[in-house]
Write a protein that binds this ligand. Structure first.
Ligand code: PEP
Length: 252
């Protein structure tokens, strides 16, 4: 059965000391409070190894914010799945909308990134979500279905047991606007149906589908109470210890 998961995407925030402090404080809170949800943080690449050593992975898991589409070679600035695996990393965010927008990542590139992650036993948090104009045109179901199928039909079916999906409507990321719990539930149920139709009931039932988009301490409870929402991918609020622990506690 699928896990409850709260993942914090730190993006390009926090200096070295702040990152270690927040990571170790979260680790201690989780050890003391034993929340239901599995907790993952995604710091910048430069802090991954130090954080892997500073926290206990039975309490707090570490993810990269991206992964290269290539196995190795002349790809300046990229970090490969093999390199991440070699430092003991088990999770990676793949296909975040900021990378789709600012780095021009296509579904094809994202499919290659997922392939690399699976090849090295890294569990991808694969992000999908529509833009505002697509929702206003009523195209959100078809946009999300296309993103899911373009990336996943290319994978080996057995690898999908490692898959985590984050539904993140682009219009809700960092904007303070959240999808209503009903809007989020509707599309999470739709994604699960797509998984069921294309990859079978086991994949559909076992894949955690996280909601992302301005989740905060005040709205987390209501969002996480929906049956097809298995937790959250949290940006801004994951940088604030007090808020993030409340969000983790809300995910039951
Ligand atoms: C994100 O970047 O994945 C995200 C959901 O950000 P925020 O929570 O700040 O909207």
């Amino acid at each position: 059965m699928r896990n409850k998961i709260v993942a914090g995407n730190w993006k390009m925030n926090l200096n070295y000391e702040e990152a270690i402090q927040l990571g170790t404080n979260l680790n201690a809170w989780i050890a003391d409070n034993q929340p239901t949800a599995e907790v993952i943080i995604a710091p910048s690449f430069i802090y991954l190894q130090t954080l892997l050593e500073a926290v206990d992975e039975q309490y707090l898991k570490i993810a990269s914010q991206d992964i290269s589409a290539h196995a190795k070679g002349a790809y300046t600035g990229d970090v490969s799945a093999e390199q991440l695996d070699s430092i003991g990393l088990d999770f990676a965010i793949v296909g975040h909308s900021e990378r789709r927008d600012y780095q021009g990542e296509s579904d094809t590139i994202i499919a290659e990134k997922l392939k690399q992650a699976f090849k090295h036993q890294i569990n991808p948090i694969f992000c999908v979500g529509e833009k505002l104009e697509e929702r206003e045109a009523g195209d959100h179901f078809s946009v999300v279905k296309t993103q899911v199928l373009n990336a996943l039909t290319y994978q080996d079916k057995e690898d999908l047991s490692r898959l985590i999906i984050a539904y993140e409507p682009v219009w809700a990321i960092g904007t303070g606007k959240t999808a209503t719990p009903e809007q989020a539930q509707e599309i999470h149920a739709f994604i699960r149906k797509v998984l069921n139709d294309e990859f079978g009931v086991e994949v559909a039932n076992n894949t955690s589908i996280l909601y992302g988009g301005s989740v905060n301490a005040a709205n987390a409870d209501e969002i996480f109470s929906q049956p097809d929402i298995d937790g959250g991918l949290v940006g801004g609020a994951s940088l604030k210890y007090d808020d993030f622990v409340q969000i983790i506690a809300a995910c039951k």
